[in-house]
Design a protein around this ligand. Sequence first.
Ligand code: UDP
Length: 237
Amino acid sequence: MTKKYNRILLKLSGESLMGKAQYGIDPERLAEYAQQIKEMADLGIQIAIVIGGGNIFRGLSGATKGFERVKGDQMGMLATVINSLALCSALESIGAKARVLTGVRMEPIGEYFSKTRALECLNNGEIVIFSCGTGCPYFTTDTGSSLRGIEIEADVMLKGTRVDGIYTADPEKDPTAVKFDDITYDEIYVKGLKVMDLTATTMCKENNLPIIVFNMDKPGNLKKVLTEGGIGTLVHN
Ligand code: UDP
C-alpha cells in the first residue's frame, strides 16, 4: 500500500467523539478512531491531530447562557484537552506512540506546543495531538487546526465529518444536494458554504494548505483518503 502524503493534520470535531451519545466521549467511537489512526501511522505517515471540544463545552453557547465569553472559551479549550488525553490514551492502549502538546501551558498534562517540539515528535514516529486549538479565545479548533497544519508544514489537512464531503446544500436536510469532488476556497466564500469558519478557511487559502473533507465515521475511509484518494471533497486554490 502506498501513501499519498508524508505528513497530515487530521481535524476531528468534539461532537464526533460522542458517537450515539448526547454528551461526552463514547469509548467505542474513540477506540474505532484510534484503530484507524494507528493503522495509518504504521504505514509511516506522520500524523498530527487537532480535536474540538463541542461534545463538552463551547464558549459561544456558554455566552448565551450567561458565561463570560473569554472564560467560556477557556472552558472550551480545556474540553479539547480532555478529548486529546482520551484519544492519546486510546492510541497508547493499542500500542501506538502518541503525545499531547498543549496550546496553553499546563505541564505535566502535556508539553507546551512549539513547532520544533512537534516536528521532533513527528519525526520520532509519534502521533501528536495538539490540544487547546490556537490557545486563544474567540477562535475555533478549525482555525487551530489550520494554524497548526500550516506551522508543521503538513501536506494536507483532513477534516473528518459525518458527511462524505461538501455539498451544494446540507444533504441531511435537502435530498437534491449534490456533492463536489473538488472546490476552490473562493467558491466556498461565493457560495456561502459552511465548511469551516471563515478565519480557518482564509488561513488555509492564504497559506496554500489543501483540505479534504470526508466521512471519518465510516471505518476504512481514513485509509482510503491517505492511500487511494477519490473520496470526500478536496478544497484548493
Ligand atoms: N476554543 C477557543 N480557542 C481556540 C479553539 C477553541 O477558545 O483556538 C474554544 C471555543 O470556546 C470553542 C471550544 O473551545 O467553542 C471548543 O472548540 P470547537 O467549538 O472548535 O469544537 P468542535 O466544534 O470542533 O467540537
